[in-house]
Each structure stands twice: as C-alpha cells, then as structure tokens.
Design a protein around this ligand. Sequence first.
Ligand SMILES: CCCCCCCCCCCCCCCC(=O)SCCNC(=O)CCNC(=O)[C@H](O)C(C)(C)COP(=O)(O)OP(=O)(O)OC[C@H]1O[C@@H](n2cnc3c(N)ncnc32)[C@H](O)[C@@H]1OP(=O)(O)O
Length: 307
Amino acid sequence: MTTTSNRNISTSTVRSSFLPFLAGIAFGIASSILYTRVICSRNQKSSSSSSSLWLQPPSTLPRFAQEILSNHHHTNTEKISNDDSNGESTNASSPNTALSSENWTEVRLREWEDLNWRDANGWQGRDLCHNPQGLGVRILHYYYKASSKEMVGVVWFGPHAESHRGLCHGGAMTSLMDDFCGHLAFLHSTSGQPWSGATVQVNVSLKKPVKVGSILRIIGRIDKHEGRKIYVHATLDDGGGDNNGGSSIDGEEQNKDPLVYATLEGLSIDGVKMSQHEDPVSKRTWEVEVCEHSGRLQRRDSGWKLL
Ligand SMILES: CCCCCCCCCCCCCCCC(=O)SCCNC(=O)CCNC(=O)[C@H](O)C(C)(C)COP(=O)(O)OP(=O)(O)OC[C@H]1O[C@@H](n2cnc3c(N)ncnc32)[C@H](O)[C@@H]1OP(=O)(O)O
C-alpha cells in the first residue's frame, strides 16, 4: 500500500515537474526554428543585398572615370606620331598607327588578368591590388604617358578594405600607393627588364576617410630620377568636377576642385632584382599597340604571346 501510494505520488510528482520541462523544450525548439526561418532569413536577405552591392565595382563609373577612359581612347584610324621615348617595340599588325610618348597608353600586364597563366608561371597567389576577383582595393585601369612620366588610375575600394564601420583601412590606400610608385618606376625603368626594381619608401599622408564602395582617381608622376633612385609624387582624389556631389542651383555642372583623400611621396630603386626566376616570362618587354577590340592604345607585356 505504502509502495503503491509512494509510486502514485512519485508518478504524479514526475508528471507535474516533467510536463513544464517538456513544454519548455518544445518552446525552445519552436522558437529556434522560428528564429532560424524568420530572423536568419531576414539577416541573410539584408546581408546578401548589401554585400551584393559591393561584390563588383559599379557598372556605371563616375564621370571622372568615364572621362579618363574616353580621353584615352584612340581608334585604329587615328594617326599618332612615332616617337616613343621609352624604346618599346611597336605592333606590326597596326601599320597605320604610329606611336607616341605624348599619348596616354593603357597599362596591361598578363599576370593581372590571366589567372590561369599566372598560376602556371610561378606566382603563388593573387595580386593585392590587381586581382580581377579581389574585394579589397582594386585598380581597374592604369594609363601612362611616357613624355611627362605621368600615370593616372581608376580605383575601387571593395568590402574587404573595410576598417572603421563603412570606411576603408589606411593600409588599403597605402597598398595602392606602393603599387602606383612601383608601376610608375618600372614603366620608366632604364634597365629595360621586367620586374627589376622595388618600392623602398612609401610616405603616405591620409587626409580624408574613404567610404567602402568608392571609386577614386590616383594620379601622379615621377618627380626626379637620381642615379637608381626614382622619386614619385601621387594624389588619391575624387577627380573633381561634380563627382563630389556639387552642382549649381540651375543644374549646371560646377568645376569643383578634387577632394584629396591621400598623398604620396614615394621612392623606388631602379634595377633591383627581387625575384630570381630566369625564363621567358622574366625576359618580357613592354609593347605599345592599339588593341584590336577596344581601339585603345595600350602598353602591355610581351608575355601575352607566350603559352
Ligand atoms: C615588360 C613587361 C613586364 C613588366 C613587369 C613590370 C611590372 C610592373 C608592375 C610593378 C608593380 C609592382 C608594385 C609593387 C611595389 C613593389 O616594389 S613590391 C616590393 C616591396 N619592396 C620591398 O620589398 C623592398 C625591400 N627592400 C629591399 O629588399 C632592399 O632595400 C633592396 C631594394 C633590395 C635594396 O636594394 P639595393 O640595390 O641593395 O639598394 P642600395 O644600394 O641599398 O640603395 C640604393 C640607393 O637607394 C637608397 N635607399 C635604399 N633603400 C632606401 C629606403 N628604404 N629609403 C631611402 N633610401 C633608400 C640608398 O640609400 C641608396 O642611395 P644612394 O647611396 O645611391 O644615394
């Protein structure tokens, strides 16, 4: 009797203490399902919609970038004088086109664009500023003018360049400046050897924060060439004009000064061999020609002819 009553008591005690426990578990499972389905899907939607904005540079570039692209555009029928001072070979397939150091040429290196070729030729990763799939700082175009030793570029700051909320890391701007300094020096190099030189000093002054997703201009020139030392000055800005949001009340475009984000005083050493590879890739030369497809004058490496 005692045993039965004890059992009854213990069964009812278990029931009464277990039921709320079970209900709690059921509630927990239901709410976690609800959270997963509703809240997470909402988060996913918002994160995918915000990051998809930035997975690629915008398809429509700001006006200054469009102007850079169109000002540096030449057609095959255009006559250009043949006095390039940097000694590049010219393309025999464009007999009507003579080439000039007075002209802007688009700078193209195969290792930036052809990732399979890059992998097959000893590179071990992706370039910090020229990866066509990169989400940090990405240089979309470089144009070089040999006569004035100037270069201009269009740059995109992607989501992986972020530091403070919505703003880019100072290192992203500095990496860009390092690349610019190296490129400008290597384009002007007297050694005539590809990749012979190194940036040794990058003195960058960060003037204004860059928003993630920005498209900006980098523009600069070689200031001085002393022995093997090449001094470079450059500015990262918004290109001026109406790019900084300015337009007059009657809608006419204002000629605004560019907003400056950073400046560079850089130094490269000509002729330094950083990599010891000796093969056809390391013996490439610069070639200047008109691109058959775009009609643009371009300065690209002879590696495009290698397998
Ligand atoms: C044709 C088709 C393909 C084309 C393909 C081309 C690709 C075109 C795209 C490239 C785009 C890349 C853009 C990335 C930019 C990088 O360059 S990435 C590399 C980053 N840089 C580094 O890692 C460099 C590290 N530093 C070093 O390894 C050593 O310092 C070096 C550079 C090997 C030293 O070289 P060195 O020949 O021994 O030089 P050294 O005799 O010590 O110095 C020469 C002079 O420079 C001065 N100097 C040296 N270092 C410094 C310094 N840090 N500060 C001040 N002065 C200095 C010396 O005082 C000396 O001056 P003078 O006595 O002549 O007045």
